[in-house]
Design a protein around this ligand. Structure first.
Ligand code: PMP
Length: 320
């Protein structure tokens, strides 16, 4: 099936229409289906938005926002407007020290590894607000109109890897720095309906099916209701005793990615082994945080969280 054939063009158009409906994306925003993952956006954003100003502000709340800063530094003057490093990246600072002449301010609205989530949209003063929403997009309604640009790698809540969705306000495109590859120029991709070259057709098709599934389930309000219930089950157990611990400030805890520390790290291996024997895999936390991490994205049903909580209770009884 050619990506330029009417069959695929209608698949792509339908995916965009459904995503627009789910997120209530205003008409003055473009929706781009691109490749290169969220990591390429770390570079593509400064290349497209920083030209002319030469400076941008960044908020650092963990591993992914650190990576975004590192990448952006190649393109201009980067200022850290707020950082959670003083408390080992366990909270979401709301007080940002912004430069009025910065081209934009970038933050990560859910730090996947650290499990820190912004539950409110910070005040970006008058700067375009740019969010890496990779690991919580579509988990809840989102006020798109408060942002200049939102991007998300598909593999957490959207669909297969190999696709990144960029939602960008019209007035921010068309100013890419000289030398920006055409495939990375938002304007060129917007003019070509994300088909400047062959897009990730299969990933777009599956993403479109996921958007339809979310709609049939009741949309983002229903996703949020489920995700709140799932996260509550897990955090309630963690907080019920002292055997398990989550290091994140309560108000900033993620509903999607939940780090769980055991009372003694010596038990980690036994915990993982026992989990695996019950069919629960990939629970090991990132080395920068340690412990466990439960990824409870949209695709994880509450039964899956219940199974984990039951196992955690049994493990505590045995080892606590
Ligand atoms: N940002 C966040 C918040 C992520 O969780 C990830 C990885 N899932 C990335 C960026 C990088 O995404 P990718 O591997 O698609 O480049």
């Amino acid at each position: 099936m050619s990506h330029r054939g009417k069959e695929f063009i209608s698949i792509a158009a339908e995916a965009e229409k459904d995503l627009r409906e789910l997120l209530a994306i205003p008409a003055n925003y473009r929706v781009l289906f691109l490749q290169g993952g969220a990591t390429l956006q770390f570079a593509q954003i400064p290349m497209n938005l920083m030209a002319g100003m030469g400076k941008a502000d960044y908020v650092v709340t963990g591993e992914w926002s650190k990576k975004a800063v590192k990448e952006a530094k190649a393109y201009g003057d980067i200022h850290v407007a707020a950082s959670a490093e003083d408390k080992a990246f366990t909270y979401a600072p709301m007080d940002w020290n912004l430069r009025p002449d910065a081209a934009y301010v970038h933050y990560c609205s859910n730090e996947t590894i650290g499990g820190v989530e912004y539950h409110a949209i910070p005040d970006a003063k008058n700067l375009p607000l740019v969010a890496d929403a990779s690991s919580h997009i579509l988990s809840r309604p989102l006020a798109v109109e408060k942002f200049g640009l939102i991007y998300a790698g598909a593999q957490n809540n959207i669909g297969p890897a190999g696709l990144v969705v960029v939602i960008v306000r019209d007035d921010l495109i068309g100013k890419a720095a000289k030398g920006t590859p055409s495939v990375m120029d938002y304007q060129q991709q917007a003019l070509a309906d994300s088909m400047h070259n062959t897009p990730a057709t299969y990933a777009m098709y599956i993403a479109g099916l996921v958007f339809k599934w979310i709609k049939t389930q009741g949309g983002l309000a229903e996703m949020e209701r489920r995700n709140v219930a799932k996260a509550k089950l897990l955090y309630d157990l963690i907080d019920a005793g002292s055997f398990y611990r989550n290091p994140v400030a309560r108000a900033d805890r993620s509903r999607m990615t939940v780090p769980v520390m055991l009372a003694d790290a010596i038990l980690d291996e036994a915990f993982l082994k026992g989990a695996e024997s019950r069919g629960m895999v990939q629970l090991k936390g990132h080395r920068s945080v340690g412990g466990m991490r439960a990824s409870i994205y949209n695709a994880m049903p509450i039964e899956g969280v219940r199974a984990l909580v039951d196992y955690m209770k049994a493990f505590e009884k045995q080892h606590g």
